[in-house]
Design a protein around this ligand. Structure first.
Ligand SMILES: Nc1nc2c(ncn2[C@@H]2O[C@H](COP(=O)(O)OP(=O)(O)OP(=O)(O)O)[C@@H](O)[C@H]2O)c(=O)[nH]1
Ligand SMILES: [K+]
Ligand SMILES: [Mg+2]
Length: 340
C-alpha cells in the first residue's frame, strides 16, 4: 500500500470512529473517558450532584482544564488531573454529576460509580447552599452499590473445605452473631445453584471499603452560622473554589486521608535526598521500600540503617520487616532511582 493510500485509509478510519464517540469535548484524547489509567501514588475521585463545583475544583488544584458552567451536566466524562504534594503524585478525577437513582443506572451513574470503586479516597463534594439532605442521598446511592464509606473492612476469612459443608470459627468472642445465625443467613440468601468460587466472590468481592472526605463548596454564599455548623460535621471540610478559601487545607487533608508516607533514602557518607523521597502506604516495611526502589533489591538486602520516628535510637540497624514512619531516612539500599 502506498503512503497516500495509507493516509486515506487512516482518514477513513478516523471519520468512522469519530461518529461513534460521545459528543464531549476532549473525548478520544489520551487519558480521557471512564477507563482512565491509574497513575501516580494514589487516586481520588470527585463525586457529587451536578454543579456543586467539581470541575472548578479540578481546575484550581491541578494543571488540567475541565469545562465548568452554571448548567447541570457540564462534565460528561472522567477528566484526570494531577496534584503534586509532599513528594506524591495524586491523581484527581473529575466526574459527571450523579443524581438520585444513579445506582440504578440513571444518567451516567453506573460509570461514575464504577470509577469511584477504583479510588483510594472519595471526595464527596456538596453545595453548602443546598439542603443537608444531599449528603445522605449520595451516601445512600454509594451504599446501594456496595461501597462502604469510612468503615473498616471486617476481618473475616473464608476457606474452601475439601469435603464441602460449613465449619465456623471465631477467634474473638462474638456478641452479635453465632454459628447458627451464620448458617441461616447463608441458607436464606442463596437462591441459585452457584459454585463455591462464585459464592466466595460474592461474599468477599461485593463490598468496597473506601475512605470519604465530605467537602462543602460555595461557603462564600452562606452565613457564618451555617458555615460553623457544616464545619463541625464528621470528616468534613468547608471550601470556596471561587474565593480560594481553605483549598490548601483540603489538599493537606486529602494527603492525610490517603495514609501515604514519604521516606528518604541516603547513601553512606552523604546527606539524604530530601527532594526526591519515596511514597509508600502507611504500615509499609523496609521490604516495601525496597520494592518501591527496585524489585531486585530485596535479594541483595542485608540490613538498613534508619533515622526517624520509627526507631528506638538513631540510626537503628533494621531488617526487612521493620515498619517505617513518615519522614524516616533509610540508608543501606543500592539506589537505582526509578521515580522522577
Ligand atoms: N458561589 C460559588 N460558586 C461556585 C463555586 N465553585 C463553583 N461555583 C460555580 O458553580 C457552578 C458549577 O460549577 P462546575 O465546576 O461546573 O460544577 P460541577 O460540579 O463540575 O458540575 P457538573 O459537571 O455539571 O456536574 C459554576 O457556575 C461555578 O462558577 C464557589 O466556590 N462559590
Ligand atoms: K456545572
Ligand atoms: Mg463538572
Amino acid at each position: 500500500m502506498g503512503i497516500l493510500e495509507k493516509i486515506s485509509e487512516i482518514e477513513k478510519e478516523i471519520s468512522r470512529t469519530q461518529k461513534n464517540k460521545e459528543p464531549t469535548k476532549g473525548a478520544g484524547v489520551k487519558g480521557e473517558g471512564f477507563d482512565v489509567m491509574k497513575s501516580g501514588d494514589a487516586r481520588v475521585a470527585l463525586i457529587g450532584f451536578p454543579s456543586v463545583g467539581k470541575s472548578t475544583l479540578l481546575n484550581k488544584l491541578t494543571k488540567t482544564h475541565s469545562e465548568a458552567g452554571a448548567y447541570e451536566f457540564t462534565t460528561l466524562t472522567c477528566i484526570p488531573g494531577k496534584i503534586e504534594y509532599n513528594g506524591a503524585n495524586i491523581q484527581l478525577l473529575d466526574l459527571p454529576g450523579i443524581i438520585e437513582g444513579a445506582s440504578q443506572g440513571k444518567g451516567r451513574g453506573r460509570q461514575v460509580i464504577a470509577v469511584a470503586r477504583t479510588a483510594d479516597l472519595i471526595v464527596m463534594m456538596l453545595d453548602a447552599t443546598k439542603s443537608r439532605q444531599q449528603r445522605f442521598l449520595l451516601e445512600r446511592e454509594l451504599e446501594a452499590v456496595g461501597i462502604r464509606l469510612n468503615c473498616e473492612k471486617p476481618n473475616v476469612y473464608f476457606k474452601v473445605k475439601k469435603g464441602g459443608g460449613i465449619s465456623f470459627n471465631a477467634t474473638v468472642k462474638l456478641t452479635h452473631l453465632n454459628e447458627k445465625m451464620v448458617y441461616h443467613i447463608l441458607h436464606d440468601y442463596i437462591r441459585e445453584d452457584i459454585s463455591v468460587d462464585e459464592f466466595i466472590d460474592i461474599v468477599l468481592g461485593n463490598r468496597k471499603y473506601i475512605k470519604c472526605l465530605f467537602v462543602y463548596n460555595k461557603i462564600d454564599s452562606i452565613t457564618i452560622e451555617e458555615l460553623d455548623k457544616l464545619a463541625h460535621e464528621y470528616n468534613t471540610i468547608v471550601i470556596s473554589c471561587e474565593m480560594d478559601l481553605n483549598l490548601d487545607y483540603l489538599i493537606d487533608q486529602i494527603w492525610k486521608h490517603l495514609n501515604l508516607l514519604r521516606v528518604y533514602t541516603k547513601k553512606r557518607g552523604e546527606y539524604p535526598d530530601l527532594v526526591g523521597g519515596l511514597i509508600v502506604r502507611k504500615g509499609a516495611s523496609v521490604e516495601h521500600v525496597c520494592h518501591a526502589i527496585h524489585r531486585s533489591l530485596v535479594d541483595e538486602f542485608r540490613y538498613a540503617l534508619v533515622w526517624g520516628t520509627s526507631t528506638k535510637h538513631n540510626p537503628q540497624r533494621v531488617g526487612l520487616s521493620h515498619i517505617i514512619d513518615n519522614e524516616d531516612v533509610i540508608q543501606g539500599m543500592t539506589l537505582i532511582k526509578i521515580r522522577g
